[in-house]
Design a protein around this ligand. Structure first.
Ligand code: GDP
Ligand code: MG
Length: 697
């Protein structure tokens, strides 16, 4: 059995690395009639006196003997812990942690434990005794000693003892992963072998049955086992092996196993010279070895696959951890470059890692521009925060001490500027939002894209710091620009803007109209508001002007003619007091109008408001268009373009290298573990290749 030790040991390492259960070596189960020498065969295989043997029924409970190989180094450990002195020891399941170093004591314990359950009077039990033997000279193997087949109940044995024992035996040998040692004594007739009979029941093809002929020394004078051993009586596929165990006298005289094996050899040489090298305990052990090795070999392909799969897994894990840093400056440069590239890619939308949970990077910036910012601007009311009274006051203020003939243009400029100014706040807010998103992208990149960054927490922090400060630096510049965009709009109110033409036409027409009205009113000296005579005239004038200036203008004109109540219905947003106590029409927000507006005042207000609205829309469109452009240029693109050089400039310094590239301890450790594991797996794979090639096959 010792020949298996190096192989099994090697494999054991393999198993330890793979984390798999050891190959389940087949259990070796002995069957045979009572006193045929089953226990003796097992014992000589193990090479130790541990099993109770003798005439009559000795083995009365199954004994599951588990051999556990220990390394020479391991031996010392239990020695120190348990005060064990010696290189081998045994342990019973039923005595828990008690350690047996005296094998005599083990045998006594087996006897005592047998009696405890089965009684002292030949009773048997199917409850197994579990014994583990730890030794550097054994392979991990399980041997099962069973009570012998018997026919006639003796002592306390029940009537159906034969059936009971048969069932017990079948229970163990029907396990396909067991090797059956069918023991038959040479001084009985092989043809009547109960052992072979029961073995055939579960192993009809004889693939796992090995016949053992014991007591070759006890054959009648003049007879020999030649025919039996040659397989001429009953052929057994895996072989028939004759052995000579110690007799009862030998046992009583405490003959050593080694001596017995030497004597066996001498006996075989003398009696069966031609068969000597194919019989005997040693040959039996070698045969078992071979069977076990075959079994191992059959298990190897699966094991190999498993190793390969694991190795691949660890390799990719290791790859994800990155190589240990050798050239620090190259690594730093590489990480910085990769980060910068990832940052830009996230903005461009070409990042490898595509976020699906929410918008991020460039897409989010786009959303900010067109949804958040665009919508906000669109929701700004051109006349928001402007009451009729404000307009009126502005008009009056603009005219100074003189009463005005026309609607003064200055008041329009003044008021429209005030409205345009209101676009600045949402524009600056837009910058802020984009800035926040750019900040978020840093996190995104370091979390998902640049795995290496996780290895170097200090570098990670430093990169975040550099990008953050670059962003922070760009913020005032961008804000300034956006502020300027609004300021530019404020700087010059371009009433010649092509889109404003319509509205300015209105202004001119209105002025023209006013002039005519004035000219008309002067000779009759009738105040314009009260003059009933003017109605027909003015309406004819208006009809002329109407054709060119659009619909809303006709409403202004009507303002002069129709009763205030009707007018209010036509244009409900214009604050007006009913002239003759008709239905009151107020704005949602009451305007503190303490007096009635004259028709002219009404009209002037409306004109101004129209103009403001028209011009405001032009400016709003400009701002909606130019702010995103400014943000892109001054913030987004600038950061994108400068990121790499900024990072290199600030971080790529010899003095910083060591510090920045300090790995997190965790990571270094994890990589080492993975690397060790990979090495172990590669070695395991090599071991398997060696075992496959070894001559043992
Ligand atoms: P078991 O009941 O099948 O386990 O048989 P044991 O191993 O207890 O052996 C029964 C008796 O036969 C013991 O006294 C052994 O010493 C004796 N015996 C077993 N094998 C041999 C053998 O090969 N030669 C001789 N002379 N005696 C043997
Ligand atoms: Mg026995």
């Amino acid at each position: 059995m010792e020949a298996l030790i190096p192989v099994i040991n090697k494999l054991q390492d393999v198993f330890n690395t793979v984390g798999a259960d050891t190959i389940q070596l087949p259990q070796i189960v002995v069957v045979g009639t009572q006193s045929s020498g089953k226990s003796s065969v097992l014992e000589s295989l193990v090479g130790r006196d541990i099993l109770p043997r003798g005439t009559g029924v000795v083995t009365r409970r199954p004994l599951v003997l588990q051999l556990v190989h220990i390394d020479q180094e391991d031996r010392r450990k239990p020695t120190e812990e348990n005060g064990i002195d010696g290189e081998e020891w045994g342990k019973f399941l039923h005595t828990k942690n008690k350690i047996y170093t005296d094998f005599e004591e083990i045998r006594h314990e087996i006897e005592a434990e047998t009696e405890r359950i089965s009684g002292s009077n030949k009773g048997i039990s199917d409850e197994p005794i579990h014994l583990k033997i730890f030794s550097p000279q054994v392979v991990n193997l399980t041997l099962v000693d069973l009570p012998g087949i018997t026919k006639v109940p003796v002592g306390d044995q029940p009537k159906d003892i034969e059936i009971q024992i048969r069932e017990l035996i079948l229970k163990y040998i029907s396990n396909p992963n067991s090797i059956i040692l069918a023991v038959t004594a040479a001084n009985t007739d092989m043809a009547t072998s109960e052992a072979l009979k029961v073995a055939r029941e579960v192993d009809p093809d004889g693939r796992r049955t090995l016949a053992v002929i014991t007591k070759l020394d006890l054959m009648d004078a003049g007879t020999d086992a030649m025919d039996v051993l040659m397989g001429r009586v009953i052929p057994v596929k895996l072989g028939i092996i004759g052995v000579v165990n110690r007799s009862q006298l030998d046992i009583n005289q405490k003959k050593l196993v080694a001596d017995s094996i030497r004597d066996e050899h001498a006996f075989l040489q003398k009696k069966y010279p031609s068969l000597a090298n194919r019989n005997g305990t040693k040959y039996l052990a070698r045969t078992l070895n071979r069977l076990l090795m075959h079994h191992i070999r059959d298990c190897l392909p699966e094991l190999k696959t498993r190793i390969n799969v694991l190795a691949a897994q660890y390799q990719s894990l290791l790859n994800s951890y990155g190589e240990p840093v050798e050239d620090k400056s190259a690594t730093l440069l590489q990480i910085i470059t990769k980060f910068a590239a990832e940052y830009c890619n996230t903005i461009e939308g070409t990042a490898k890692y595509i976020e699906t949970a929410e918008l991020c990077g460039g897409a989010r910036i786009c959303y900010i521009f067109h949804e958040t910012f665009g919508r906000t601007l669109e929701s700004v009311d051109p006349l928001g925060g402007l009451t009729t009274i404000d307009v009126l006051t502005a008009i009056r203020n603009a005219t100074g001490p003189r009463p005005a003939l026309f609607v003064p243009e200055v008041s329009f400029e003044l008021l429209v500027k005030r409205q345009i100014k209101r676009l600045e706040e949402p524009s600056l807010r837009c910058v802020e939002l984009v800035h926040e998103e750019m900040q978020r992208i840093i996190q995104h990149c370091s979390n998902y894209s640049t795995q290496e960054l996780l290895r170097f927490p200090k570098l990670h922090d430093a990169i975040v710091e550099v990008v953050t400060s670059l962003l922070r630096k760009r913020l005032p510049v961008t804000n300034e620009m956006v502020h300027n965009l609004v300021a530019i709009e404020l700087a010059y109110i371009n009433t010649k803007h092509p889109d404003f033409a319509d509205a300015s036409g209105l202004m001119n027409n209105n002025i023209e109209e006013q002039r005519r009205n004035r000219l008309r009113d002067l000779p009759s000296a009738v105040p314009r508001d009260k003059g009933a005579a003017s109605v027909s005239q003015s309406s004819s004038v208006s009809d002329q002007t109407d054709s060119g200036t659009g619909n809303w203008r006709s409403m202004v004109r009507k303002g002069e003619e129709v009763p205030a109540g009707d007018r209010a219905m036509a244009q409900p947003l214009i604050t007006a007091s009913p002239q003759k106590g008709h239905a009151v029409n107020l704005l949602d927000v009451p305007v503190p109008v303490s007096r009635k507006l004259s028709a002219r005042e009404q009209r002037d207000c409306e004109v101004i408001e129209r103009l403001i609205k028209s011009y405001f829309l032009i400016v709003r469109k400009n701002i909606q268009d130019s702010v995103p452009k400014a943000v892109m240029h001054f913030l987004v693109n600038h950061v994108k373009d400068c990121l790499q050089s900024e990072l290199v400039g600030q971080l790529y310094k010899t003095t910083l290298l060591g510090d920045l590239l300090t790995e997190s301890e965790d990571m270094a450790q994890r990589r080492n573990e993975a690397a060790d594991m990979l090495k172990a797996l590669q070695k395991a794979s090599q071991v398997i290749a060696e075992i496959r090639e070894t001559h043992l096959w």
